[in-house]
Design a binder for this molecule. Structure first.
Ligand SMILES: *[C@@H]1O[C@H](CO)[C@@H](O)[C@H](O)[C@H]1NC(C)=O
Ligand SMILES: *[C@@H]1O[C@H](CO)[C@@H](O)[C@H](O)[C@H]1NC(C)=O
Ligand SMILES: *[C@@H]1O[C@H](CO)[C@@H](O)[C@H](O)[C@H]1NC(C)=O
Ligand SMILES: *[C@@H]1O[C@H](CO)[C@@H](O)[C@H](O)[C@H]1NC(C)=O
Ligand SMILES: *[C@@H]1O[C@H](CO)[C@@H](O)[C@H](O)[C@H]1NC(C)=O
Ligand SMILES: *[C@@H]1O[C@H](CO)[C@@H](O)[C@H](O)[C@H]1NC(C)=O
Length: 448
């Protein structure tokens, strides 16, 4: 079986001609327990899971239900293929691959320990969202309540002491979809939508990093959607930030997305109306040649093609970020990279989600908030609000957005030592997770 598996790994490696799988799952850094390594309270143990929970799930990448062929997105440890051959930092990344990206990055985390009993947190390298496809879109839709039970069984049977030490409260994993997709109540049979992973009492104690959390999350915390930008060195990061800083902003605002074509009033329809009407307005205003740029991304045509929307984002002062199918959107983070100031229409879109990465008390310094009810029902015009913002304030907000770029992007694995001195979205997520687990364990101790 083992040799069958390594043959497969070899074949896929060959097929993608890029480092695809983890050539070795051994830890990149060894834990050297000296005093001043800065690892106090930061030790992480990687739970060794059978390949059916991670690598095996990649083998059938060309035949997942619903999706055409996701194999290209597995390349480069989940970053996807480069946008073009000479690109150093830009990839065709798919957000669902965050589980792979994260796994690869944990392997180079400097405070790994091989002793589960001295770890502050236990990482489960389970590719939960890939495994969920068979329940969400595939033949096992009627067994959605069972998503996760097999993993739990393994954790109980194999070295149960690791789980029992803190009853799972120190365990965490990544689930690269909105939490809504894993919150189907157990009693709904057949399911309406989603698996029940986050509803299972078995996983109630485990911390899940999701792309979007529910309103009152206990288990999960939201982390940024992966964008297409994964620089390998500090120089490449800084030259990109310079480019975004100097970029000439010819449009006051832009919107990249689909939707807004339905007849019922909603925020995307309002944006589309206002934007279409303002696109036609050729009156020059404050140095802008147009007020609104609309990038049509319907039917997922922008998903793996960052050039389609990054250029317009670089050329706009504001990026409109209405809720999509769910309150959050990946485009929020693309906009940050472009130095495009986000305009939110509800707190659920970012403020109440990403407080590890985007501090809630600083939102006014880098974003604009216009309640969607005011736009849809009270006649507030988005462009009147934006035109009322002084150029000085726009400049300060943009500078703040640019300052936050490192925190919201996932740098390339195996990046330069210089770049590692900047905390990226992964580093911030790990910090938040360790803090959350520590707080939880302290509360439990107090309760005892
Ligand atoms: C991959 O697909 C084949 C054929 O559809 C199936 O027999 C096999 O169990 C699948 N493997 C995994 C790991 O899902
Ligand atoms: C990129 O390089 C590969 C291999 O060197 C080549 O086959 C491919 O055609 C190149 N693609 C482009 C768009 O230049
Ligand atoms: C799931 O259950 C519903 C209702 O009981 C049934 O109509 C449907 O065919 C089932 N789907 C599958 C894939 O078994
Ligand atoms: C979760 O934690 C609670 C309280 O610490 C404990 O009673 C319960 O058994 C734990 N659940 C599992 C599945 O270990
Ligand atoms: C945009 O123009 C259309 C057609 O003229 C009009 O019906 C609609 O009310 C306008 N929308 C806004 C938000 O001004
Ligand atoms: C175009 O914009 C200018 C400046 O904001 C405004 O005064 C004018 O009424 C607009 N024209 C049309 C046709 O909407």
């Amino acid at each position: 079986m083992a040799s069958y598996f390594s043959t497969l790994v070899f074949i896929t490696l060959f097929l993608f001609s890029s480092s695809f799988f983890f050539l070795t799952l051994s830890q990149v850094t060894s834990s050297d327990e000296s005093d001043d390594d800065g690892c106090d309270n930061r030790w992480i143990y990687i739970r060794n899971l059978p390949p059916r929970f991670n690598l095996d799930l990649l083998i059938n990448c060309s035949e997942y239900p619903l999706f055409d062929n996701v194999c290209p997105y597995l390349a480069n440890h989940g970053l996807g293929q480069k946008t073009h051959n000479r690109s150093y930092s830009w990839y065709r990344s798919d957000p669902m691959m965050l589980e792979l990206i994260f796994h690869r990055r944990v392997l180079e985390y400097p405070c790994l320990t091989e002793d589960p009993f001295s770890a502050n947190a236990v990482y489960l390298p389970y590719y939960a969202s890939l495994d969920a496809l068979r329940y969400l879109y595939g033949p096992e839709v009627n067994s959605s309540a069972e998503h996760g039970l097999e993993l739990f069984e393994f954790l109980q049977e194999d070295k149960p002491g690791i789980w029992n030490r803190h009853m799972g409260h120190d365990h965490f994993l990544v689930m690269a979809r909105p939490a809504w997709d894993f919150s189907q109540p157990l009693e709904n049979d057949p399911p309406i939508w989603g698996t029940s992973f986050l509803e299972l009492p078995q996983f109630y104690n485990v911390t899940a990093l999701t792309l979007e959390s529910r309103s009152w999350p206990w288990q999960e915390h939201a982390v940024p959607y992966p964008t297409s930008f994964h620089p390998p060195t500090l120089e490449l990061l800084e030259s990109w930030i310079q480019r975004a800083r100097r970029s000439k902003r010819t449009a006051l605002a832009m919107f990249a997305g689909g939707g807004g074509v339905s007849a019922t009033p909603n925020i995307r329809r309002s944006i589309r109306n206002e934007c279409e009407n303002n696109t036609a307005n050729s009156t020059l205003y404050g140095g802008y040649t147009k007020l609104c740029d609309l990038v049509d991304c319907s039917n997922g045509i922008c998903e793996h093609d960052p050039i389609k929307y990054m250029r317009p984002m670089l050329q706009a002062s504001f990026c409109l970020q209405p809720p999509g199918d769910t309150p959050t959107r990946r485009s929020t983070f693309d906009g940050f990279l472009a130095g495009c100031i986000p305009v939110f229409f509800e707190d659920q879109s970012a403020k109440s989600q990403y407080n590890w990465h985007l501090p809630a008390d600083e939102f006014d310094s880098f974003s604009v908030s216009i309640p969607k009810e005011d736009v849809v029902f009270k006649g507030v015009k988005i462009f009147d609000v934006l035109r009322g913002i002084s150029r000085g304030r726009i400049r300060r907000m943009r500078e703040k957005v640019l300052e936050m770029i490192p925190r919201v992007m996932y740098r390339r694995h195996n990046s330069s030592p210089g770049l590692r001195t900047k905390k990226d979205a992964f580093d911030v997520s790990i910090e938040g997770t360790l803090q959350k687990i520590q707080t939880r364990l302290q509360e439990l101790n107090l309760a005892l």
